[in-house]
Design a protein around this ligand. Structure first.
Ligand code: SF4
Length: 457
């Protein structure tokens, strides 16, 4: 399909070909799904909402429920006030959520709809019933990406709901960043093992990977509760994972409720997981249990056993900034050489950070933010690599260049493992090493002459 791609690179300023990102409301929708009994609401036309829902449904293999203001020509010209009021009325009477999280789209942002005022009016007029809540986040998609949309929605939870009673509790806030439900579950497991009491926001585990029990629940049992969102203002510390996805909410909480925060990289690999556990241990004045030391040891053992297949292998990788920072660090940790690193989200500081991480193994790493998969393909053609990592859209590049391919990031539309197995923590590290090694060995099994095929690893 992409065999016609050339190695000759022409700089493009106003065109993205196969972008390495999606639009802001998808992130806001994902974050809202991590709140218990929350209905994500898309204030714009139906097409946006349908696209965002279907993208999340295809990634999580779960039906994603969200509502829309269903703009037509009238709302596009005169504004969406009437549509949003009607939507609130319908949503609360038909679907009965505890909270509606409104996010905007390109269209409602261009019109300039004043959502806080519409929410106030709807509250005064009783359209939003007593005891129910509506909040909003601005997520225009002509700036940012799905990760900034996620960050904006997380900030909205804090802005609207967190409050300080003046009585600090022995609880920490965990902002997990944009990671899979399985990763959120893993972060919680690690915090529980270290013996720390926490509130995780948002928490999509047991919402987007809920158990099949034969009954359909519009609001599964998982998700951060509204009481917990409020109580975040009384915690003594926030650990915010993933600088792009979580810093804004942590800083806003710090300003609003004086809860100090610490920003960490996503705990992918050995050093980043050590840093997460260390932060938990210090916060809780506890110690890391033997069980986790053994897990760490098993990961180190796997890395050393497989190093003959990983050492100095060149990797091209694309995805979201936070996830890339941690994954690239882990690739360096296991002896591989990141050669091309591409993100669709803007970030010059992030580029510098990646160059610094790669310096010990590859000073000439090609790093680009606000770039696309077509550029990545051209760089791969000009400077061949051994492995490609990225979301599902990378498979066309992998096929064209006959490269081993490991799926990583969002969206993964054509595999299911990301639903069940974490990438974070020592357990996640084991899985990443397994996937990378298997990708190399599968290629060899396919291509080696019969007399060279190894039966034993
Ligand atoms: S880019 Fe804008 S118009 Fe397109 S789907 Fe996203 S929000 Fe809607």
């Amino acid at each position: 399909m992409l065999e016609g791609t050339t190695a000759e690179i022409r700089e493009r300023k106003a065109l993205r070909v196969n972008p390495a990102k999606t639009c802001q409301p998808i992130g806001a929708m994902y974050a809202a799904l991590g709140i218990h009994k929350c209905m994500p609401h898309s204030h714009g036309s139906q097409g946006c909402c349908a696209y965002h829902r279907s993208h999340l449904t295809r990634h999580h293999k779960e039906p994603i429920v969200a509502t829309t203001s269903s703009f037509t020509e009238g709302a596009s010209v005169f504004g969406g006030l009437a549509n949003l009021k009607t939507a609130f009325s319908n949503i609360f009477s038909i679907y009965n959520p505890d909270i509606v999280a409104v996010h905007t789209t390109c269209l409602s942002e261009v019109i300039g709809d004043d959502i806080p005022t519409i929410i106030k009016k709807s509250t005064v007029e009783g359209i939003i019933p007593e005891g129910k809540i509506a909040i909003h986040a601005n997520t225009p998609s002509f700036v940012g990406s799905h990760v900034t949309g996620f960050a904006n929605q997380c900030e909205a939870f804090v802005k609207y709901l967190s409050e300080s009673t003046g009585e600090t509790k022995n609880v920490i806030n965990l902002f997990p960043g944009w990671v899979e439900p399985a990763d959120m579950r893993e972060l919680k497991r690690l915090a529980t093992l270290v013996g720390v009491e926490f509130i995780m926001t948002p928490d999509t585990s047991d919402v987007l990977d809920s158990a099949m029990d034969g009954k359909y629940e519009m609001y599964p049992e998982g998700g951060t509760t509204i009481d917990d969102l409020k109580a975040m203002g009384d915690s003594f510390l926030t650990l915010a994972m993933g600088p792009l996805a979580s810093t804004t909410a942590a800083t806003t909480l710090e300003k609003k409720c004086q809860v100090p925060s610490q920003v960490l990289e996503l705990p992918i690999g050995v050093a980043a997981t050590d840093a997460y556990l260390n932060a938990l241990r210090l916060a809780g004045d506890t110690s890391v249990p033997r069980e986790l030391e053994r897990e760490r040891g098993r990961l180190i053992d796997m890395i050393s056993d497989m190093s003959q297949y990983l050492h100095k292998k060149k990797v091209a990788i694309f995805g979201d900034p936070d996830n890339l920072t941690s994954m690239v660090s882990f690739l360096v940790e296991i002896g591989m050489e990141p050669a091309i690193v591409v993100s669709g989200t803007r970030g010059k500081k992030w580029e510098a950070k990646i160059r610094e991480i790669c310096k010990p193994v590859n000073e000439n790493v090609e790093v680009r933010s606000f770039s696309d998969i077509h550029y990545l393909h051209q760089w791969v053609k000009a400077n061949p690599v051994d492995l490609l990592m990225g979301n599902t859209y990378g498979k066309f590049v992998a096929k064209s260049e006959n490269l081993p391919f490991v799926r990583f990031g969002f969206p993964i539309l054509d595999r299911v493992g990301h639903r069940a197995f974490p990438t974070l923590g020592y357990a996640g590290g084991l899985r990443i090493v397994e996937k990378i090694t298997d990708a190399f060995l599968d290629k060899r099994d396919r291509e080696d002459a019969d007399e060279n095929i190894e039966l034993v690893l």
